[in-house]
Design a protein around this ligand. Structure first.
Ligand code: C2E
Ligand code: MG
Ligand code: MG
Ligand code: MG
Length: 273
């Protein structure tokens, strides 16, 4: 009986593996043509000041409107783009387009762009950034690259040099989804961060009263304070969460309460008067 059950589970598992593979192949084929077919776009989500609520940054988030599947999440298609070696092409398009958009915003508003490990190690990233900045005329100080800890931890010497070159241009980094599960912090002194973004799960758990999450948020805030950089609480969905994070000393907020990711036409905050 136990054996049969085990086999059943195995068959089910094997089937769902095959489904996933087919799904990925389908998505991969379509993603290769998505850019040319105009299916990709960028939504922007504000990161607001904790004191007066004004927009400090807009985060560029890639969107794919598939002709039959509708909106496909970047959490699904970005990993596929990486496997299919499409991420450099899509990333270059996003950087160039977002820098062009940002060049028309009020100069007090920065642009943040998500960058994956593969993009950093591909060898074309630095020229891609330089080209996007030159083409758009965006001041390098207004460009912030969001990296997750896993990206930073995978860095080798070559990527460290790349980070330094970008810092020398004036570009800085934001540490995205911070708190998700790494503990070594030596990368903090190897490159220039201008912001730490506390992962949504911690923010929401802390605001709900979890003592452990409160302790983690407090520790991140004091780390950011000692580094003299901003700390953003991600995933703020209600006023109580904003109040709780303000009380803990977060300097910036991001989340549906302050604004959902929207196409630029619908994010009038971003435009110069
Ligand atoms: P992320 O950079 O941490 O972006 C935040 C995600 O949380 C976004 O999902 C956003 O829509 C969502 N979010 C924002 N506020 C709230 C809130 O209050 N509540 C909840 N429940 N969710 C909120 P999205 O746009 O689906 O992006 C998911 C992830 O995909 C991003 O996480 C980022 O890691 C990645 N991604 C998006 N665009 C790009 C890109 O252009 N390049 C790369 N490499 N990765 C990207
Ligand atoms: Mg991000
Ligand atoms: Mg994040
Ligand atoms: Mg995230």
């Amino acid at each position: 009986e136990a054996k049969r059950q085990g086999r059943g589970i195995f068959v089910k598992y094997a089937l769902s593996m095959r489904d996933t593979l087919e799904e990925r192949t389908l998505i991969e084929n379509d993603l290769g043509r998505a850019l040319e077919k105009g299916e990709l776009s960028i939504s922007y989500q504000p990161i607001v000041d904790g004191v007066d609520g004004h927009t400090r940054c807009l985060e560029a988030l890639m969107r794919w409107n598939h002709p039959t599947r509708g909106e496909v999440s970047p959490e699904i298609f970005v990993p596929v783009a990486e496997d299919a070696l499409l991420i450099d092409k899509l990333g270059a398009w996003l950087l160039r387009t977002a820098c062009q958009d940002a060049a028309a915003w009020d100069k007090s508003i920065k642009l943040t762009v998500n960058v994956s490990a593969l993009q950093l190690s591909s060898g074309v990233f630095l020229p891609t950034v330089i080209e996007a900045l030159a083409y758009s005329g965006l001041e390098p100080e207004r460009l912030v690259l969001e990296l997750t800890e896993s990206v930073v931890l995978e860095m080798d010497e070559e990527v460290e040099r790349l980070a330094r070159s970008l810092n020398e241009l004036g570009v800085t980094f934001a540490l995205d989804d911070f708190g998700r599960g790494y503990s070594s912090l030596n990368y903090i002194e190897k490159m220039q961060f201008s912001m730490i973004k506390i992962d949504r799960d911690f923010v929401q758990a802390a605001a709900a009263g979890s003592q452990k999450s409160l302790a983690v948020v407090a520790a991140i805030v004091s780390l950011a304070e000692s580094l003299g950089i901003d700390v953003t609480a991600e995933g703020i969905e209600g006023i109580e969460q904003a109040d709780a994070m303000r009380a803990l000393g977060c300097s910036c907020f991001q989340g549906f309460h302050f604004g959902r990711p929207e196409p630029l036409q619908q994010a009038p905050l971003a435009m110069t008067a």
